[in-house]
Design a protein around this ligand. Structure first.
Ligand code: SMG
Ligand code: MG
Length: 387
């Protein structure tokens, strides 16, 4: 369902951007590398009606996607924030300076190519400010139909399959309802077999983060015997045709993550048969409004979707819970408790796991409050631009 009632404009006074370094509870290893500290940009929209918060989910290095934190920082401060504050792009006046509706953010930023994570974080801050001013929750705004969402967990590559089994056991004991394991060449069939052997028919899926090529199709077909929910992003971001070829070879449903950079990319992927399941991440697609459009498209097409994660702080985690409460999110997402990654979050009430679920916040806007001391403690850089 499209957004039923748009949010009103806010009177923008400026934006504060911060780079944060949050230590992870344990290293997180994927096919492309290991992270021990989450580097993230937190955005604060300063408006006459109060602040709004957003998060730019880039990582320090451009390994998951071409975006990375210093690049997002630069493009946001050099181009995106000035455009939002000015009401003009180049010599093209687009609106009254300073007044901005959340629905117009993407249009104002559209002339700047790419940089979707940066755009998404800015849009979320404006949206949060607008919804807080109106007294409406993000869940209500996007059309949430659930008050809590089933919680899956993404498990990084461990030292060996035995260590993986131990780690997965810990998450199952905590109550997570679905396990996703990261795979890469050489750490795929054996790791998956170990988890299946240890835990039987648990809901299980794998994520390759584009570590394979079509030449690996035989290996990937070996995963068919494990009755996985899906295999996520086996091939490169722009390999839509190869994903379609692979999907015809596999019994395991192919799900796309990195490839779905927009609603248009989702339309193309569905038309080509590149995926039968879609991972929706607001950061990757340029914002929560675009994410809702992808949800609506997939729902209409009968394609199941689930909410991906980018190791969000309490800001993005709250927004993801709201998004995942839309009716088309029929598979558990990577919407875990904050404690899966952090001992200390930057919100006063971090997301917790309750009976395998995470609650959809009901407070105004994102429905979470920032812990100013934690925010300051994790801040390593800070910049404010005002009108
Ligand atoms: O937030 O729970 C989370 C992380 C989920 O595995 C996760 N994200 O490809 O889906 C993915 C990865 C992207 C980040 S990897 C460092
Ligand atoms: Mg993924």
């Amino acid at each position: 369902m499209p957004i039923a009632r748009p949010a009103a404009s806010v009177a923008l006074e400026g934006f504060e951007l911060r780079v944060l370094h949050l230590p992870l509870v344990a290293p997180f290893t994927t096919s492309f590398g290991t992270e021990t500290v989450r580097e993230v940009i937190v955005v604060r929209a300063l408006t006459s009606g109060g602040d709004g918060w957003g998060e730019i989910v880039t990582q320090a290095d451009p390994l998951y996607s071409s975006e990375y934190t210093q690049g997002a920082w630069d493009v946001a401060l050099r181009f995106l924030v000035p455009a939002l504050l000015d009401g003009a792009v180049g010599d093209r006046a687009v609106r009254e300076p300073g007044l901005l509706a959340p629905d117009d953010v993407a249009g104002v930023l559209e002339p700047f190519k790419g940089h979707r994570m940066a755009k998404a974080g800015l849009e979320l801050a404006v949206l949060d400010a607008a919804l807080r001013a109106e007294g409406r929750s993000l869940g209500e705004y996007v059309g949430a139909v659930r008050d809590r969402v089933p919680s899956g967990v993404s498990v990084g590559i461990q030292r060996d399959p035995a260590a993986l089994v131990d780690t997965v056991r810990g998450y199952l004991d905590e109550g997570y309802v679905r396990i996703k394991i990261k795979i890469k060449p050489g750490r795929d069939v054996g790791d998956t077999a170990a988890v299946r052997d240890a835990f039987g028919t648990i809901p299980l899926q794998v994520d390759a983060n584009s570590a394979y090529t079509l030449a690996d199709a035989d290996t990937l077909a070996e995963l068919d015997r494990f009755d996985l929910l899906l295999i996520e992003q086996p091939l490169q971001e722009d390999d839509l045709v190869d994903h379609a070829t692979l999907a015809r070879r596999l019994r395991t449903p192919v799900c796309l993550d990195e490839s779905i950079v927009s609603d248009k990319a989702a339309a193309d992927a569905l038309a080509l048969g590149s995926a039968s399941v879609v991972n929706i991440k607001a950061g990757r697609v340029g914002g929560y409004l675009e994410a809702v459009r992808i949800h609506d498209r997939c729902l209409a097409a009968g394609v199941p979707v689930w909410c991906g994660g980018m190791l969000e702080t309490g800001i993005g985690r709250a927004a993801n819970a709201a998004l995942a409460a839309l009716p088309g999110f029929t598979l558990p997402g990577d919407v875990s408790a904050s404690s899966r990654f952090y001992t200390r979050d930057i919100v006063t009430e971090p997301a917790v796991l309750e009976d395998g679920h995470v609650r959809v916040p009901t407070g105004h806007g994102l429905g979470v409050e920032i812990d100013p001391v934690a925010l300051d403690d994790f801040t390593v850089a800070r910049e404010t631009l005002t009108r």
